[in-house]
Write a protein that binds this ligand. Structure first.
Ligand SMILES: [Cu+2]
Length: 73
């Protein structure tokens, strides 16, 4: 399994509960290996298997739980 890392820019996070909601939904995606959300910077750092999951899937999953997400660049 190959590993890749990406940073997602998040929006709409109000508190630590929002951050853990985003963390949970990303962690639930097949192919996501680890997730770390930084609430102050509103970013999620994701380690994943690019054969199983991609940025579009992650962004859609975050939007589904009510927050904004996009690529960091
Ligand atoms: Cu919150």
């Amino acid at each position: 399994m190959t590993h890749a890392n990406t940073i997602l820019k998040l929006s709409g996070l109000g508190c630590a509960a929002c951050a853990s909601k985003v963390e949970d939904v990303l962690n639930s995606l097949p192919g996501v290996i680890s997730v770390s959300v930084n609430l102050e910077e509103s970013v999620a750092s994701v380690e994943y298997d690019p054969a199983s999951v991609d940025l579009d899937i992650m962004i859609a999953a975050v939007k589904e739980v009510g927050y904004g997400a996009g690529p960091s660049v």
